[in-house]
Design a binder for this molecule. Structure first.
Ligand SMILES: [Cu+2]
Length: 434
């Protein structure tokens, strides 16, 4: 971390995703110029969608088909993945597994029905460690049929970039040293919020936090609110939970519903070893009038996650390699169960509807955020009881965790580390559902 970049962060203008309420839309990837550093400190020539990075916020209706045409105006092949959506396999956007990469100048028509309401995101899944770092991503919101009673619904994307003093992207996307450690870290971080959002004290707000960074695990502290966590990775909690210490692995999301208590701002802070780092803030002015609202209720649940843990198939998944991990095989410094990258055969084939119990063992010195495509899984507690539903789980160095999923979505699904540098260096495999 460059101290000066940290100090320079205060008071930056926030980038905003524009909103597209659409069942049919075009996402066009290409070069963009972004104001990532504070206004006046230089712009960043990078990549984005429809002229900006992040790309537009897509708001879809639960259970209704969305048609999204992807146009690739980049100089390298690309494809879009709809992270956390339990969709048809052919629409999952994984080159080499579910589709061919879209060549420069090419297009691909995505069409899917999102079964679950919640907070998701879309991002490139080709050379993702570079394309996501450069800005090929955006928020994907699936609206509840009856949304919760809030005054504001605010998307908050946390990201980091590796920038020069004048805003140029510093590259190094393929750096093997970064990959063998925690991944490629930026030296400048922001919480991206639509700058048009204005809050009043006492208003109720829904915050949809999304970690869109390629490799960084973000602890986030939110000042000026009192509320509850209502969903993780898009999936509602059965009962709202205290906010506590928020930790977001790459690709994870947290939905919070809270009342604004700050008189001047709602602030996002990244606690670091060097002290608190200001990620940005939403201004607060004035006070809401009217009667106080009631307790924060749970969001309506999403359909179908009945585990059969008794009959579950056990799948060991041991994370291996990395710096100080004793495994070096060319550019493949990471592995699952001794194997780097995808083999011809899947790690495991499941009957449709079978419950799978993955035993994740992190035998490395680094944290990994493990993501299963096409399904959500329950994190199992130490007693084996199913906990929260997630699509990405953070496994700390030396830790073990069991996750269990109903493998009910037919097709070929990637299972990988969402530290995108780790994925690029071998930490990925796939499973198949008949
Ligand atoms: Cu990893």
């Amino acid at each position: 971390m460059k101290r000066r970049s940290f100090l320079a962060a205060t008071g930056a203008a926030l980038l905003a995703p524009r909103v597209s309420f659409a069942s049919s839309t075009v996402l066009s990837a290409g070069p963009v110029v972004a104001q990532i550093l504070p206004e006046g400190d230089g712009t960043t020539a990078t990549w984005g969608l429809n002229g900006s990075t992040p790309g537009p916020a897509l708001r879809l209706a639960q259970g209704e088909r969305a048609e999204i045409t992807f146009e690739n105006g980049l100089m390298q092949p690309s494809a879009l993945h709809w992270h956390g959506i339990r969709l048809e396999n052919a629409m999952d956007g994984v080159p080499g597994l579910t589709q061919d990469a879209v060549p420069p100048g090419g297009r691909f028509d995505y069409s899917f029905v999102p079964p679950d309401a919640g907070t998701y995101w879309y991002h490139s899944h080709n050379r993702s460690w570079e394309q996501v770092a450069r800005g090929i991503y955006g928020p994907l919101i699936v609206e509840e049929t009856t949304p919760p009673d809030v005054d504001h619904d605010v998307i908050v994307m946390v990201d980091d970039w590796r920038l020069s003093e004048t805003g140029e992207q510093l590259g190094g996307y393929d750096d093997l040293h970064d990959r063998a450690h925690a991944g490629r870290m930026g030296n400048y971080a922001r919480a991206l919020v639509d700058p048009a959002v204005q809050l009043r004290q006492g208003e109720r707000v829904r915050l949809r936090l999304i970690n869109v960074a390629t490799d960084r695990v973000f602890p986030v502290q939110i000042d000026g609110i009192k509320g509850r966590i209502v969903a993780l990775d898009g999936m509602p909690l059965p009962a709202p939970a205290p906010i506590g210490d928020i930790l977001l692995a790459p690709a994870q999301r947290i939905d919070i519903i809270a009342d604004v208590t700050g008189a001047e701002q709602l602030g996002f802070v990244f606690p670091t070893r060097d002290g608190p780092y200001d990620l940005g803030a939403i201004p607060v002015s004035g006070v809401r009038s009217g009667p106080a609202r009631g307790d924060i209720a749970a969001l309506p649940g999403n359909p179908g996650h009945s585990l059969d843990l008794e009959a579950a198939s056990e799948v060991p998944l041991r994370m291996e390699g990395g710096a100080m991990g004793g495994r070096h095989s060319g550019s493949d410094v990471w592995a699952f169960n001794g194997v780097s990258d995808l083999l011809e055969a899947p790690l495991r084939r499941f009957e449709r509807g079978e419950t799978a119990r993955f035993r994740l063992v992190n035998d490395t010195r680094w944290a990994h955020g493990i993501h299963l495509h096409g399904h959500h899984f329950h994190e199992l507690g130490p007693d084996g009881a199913p906990g929260a539903l997630r699509d990405t789980t953070l496994v700390e160095p030396g830790a073990s965790i069991e996750i269990a999923a109903v493998m009910d979505n037919p097709g070929k699904w990637l299972l990988h580390c969402h530290m995108l540098g780790h994925q690029a260096a071998g930490m990925r495999t796939w499973v198949e559902v008949a």
